[in-house]
Design a protein around this ligand. Structure first.
Ligand code: DGI
Ligand code: FE
Ligand code: FE
Length: 208
C-alpha cells in the first residue's frame, strides 16, 4: 500500500478524536492480532493493519448519521429494516464512510470493515481475519472458551470463524436478540468447519 505510514498516522489522529480510550485500546489489539493472522495466512499486513484500525471508527457516530451513510450503500438497499439492528450499524456505516474518505483503500479492506460484526458467506481471507481478530484480540475479558477460539483461529482460519459464529448465535439466542440474515448465512456456510469437540461459550466477549 502506498504511503502506509502517512495513512496510519492520519487514521490514528482520527481515532484519538472519535473513540474512547477503551475502544482505542481494543482497536490496537485488533490491529496487532490482524497483523499476526495476516502473516500466518499470507495476506498483506498493511491492509490488515488499516482495516483493523478503521473497523470500529463509526462506533460513536450518532445513529441518524450512520443510517444516512448506510442508505447510500448496498446494505441499505438490501436490508431496509437495518435500523432494527443497532449493534450492527457501526460496521456498515464505517464501510461507506471509509470508501468515501479513503478512496485509496481496496475493496477487500472496505469489505473487511463492512462485515466485521456479522460475517457473511464466502468471505475473503482479510474479511475472516478482521472478523476473528475482533473477537480474539488480547484485550477481551478472559474466559475459559476464548483460548480455544484463539487457538482454532491460528490453526485453521475457517474453523475459528465457524466457532466464533456459533458462539455469537448461541449468545444472541440466550439474550433473545434477533440474528441478522448475514450472520445466519455465514453460519450456514462455515458450520461444517466446527470441530466436534468444541465447547460453545455463551458469554458475550464483545461487550467493551
Ligand atoms: O464493535 P465490537 O464491540 O468490537 O464488536 P462487534 O462489532 O463484533 O459487535 C458485537 C455486538 O454485535 C455484540 O453485542 C453482538 C452483536 N451482534 C453480532 N451479530 C449479531 C449481533 N446482534 C444482532 N442483533 N444480530 C446479529 O446477527
Ligand atoms: Fe465492531
Ligand atoms: Fe471491534
Amino acid at each position: 500500500m502506498k504511503e502506509y505510514s502517512e495513512l496510519r498516522s492520519e487514521i490514528m489522529e482520527r481515532l484519538h478524536n472519535d473513540l474512547k480510550d477503551k475502544r482505542l485500546l481494543h482497536t490496537l489489539g485488533v490491529e496487532s492480532t490482524a497483523i499476526a493472522l495476516a502473516r500466518r495466512y499470507g495476506v498483506d499486513e498493511q491492509e490488515a493493519s488499516v482495516a483493523a484500525l478503521l473497523h470500529d471508527c463509526a462506533k460513536y457516530m450518532p445513529v441518524e448519521e450512520q443510517l444516512k451513510w448506510i442508505r447510500q450503500g448496498e446494505i441499505g438497499t438490501r436490508f431496509p429494516d437495518i435500523d432494527q439492528y443497532p449493534k450492527l450499524l457501526h460496521a456498515f456505516s464505517a464501510a461507506e464512510l471509509c470508501a468515501v474518505e479513503y478512496p485509496q483503500l481496496s475493496d477487500q479492506v472496505i469489505d473487511a470493515i463492512r462485515y466485521h460484526t456479522t460475517g457473511r458467506s464466502h468471505m475473503g481471507t482479510l474479511e475472516k481475519i478482521i472478523f476473528s481478530a475482533d473477537y480474539i484480540e488480547p484485550g477481551r475479558v478472559q474466559f475459559s472458551g476464548l483460548q480455544e477460539a484463539r487457538e482454532r483461529t491460528f490453526a485453521d482460519l475457517d474453523a475459528g470463524v465457524a466457532l466464533i459464529l456459533k458462539q455469537t448465535i448461541a449468545y444472541l439466542e440466550q439474550q433473545d436478540q434477533p440474528c441478522f440474515a448475514l450472520t445466519q448465512e455465514a453460519y450456514e456456510f462455515y458450520k461444517d468447519q466446527i470441530p466436534e469437540e468444541s465447547t460453545i461459550i455463551l458469554e458475550n466477549v464483545l461487550e467493551l
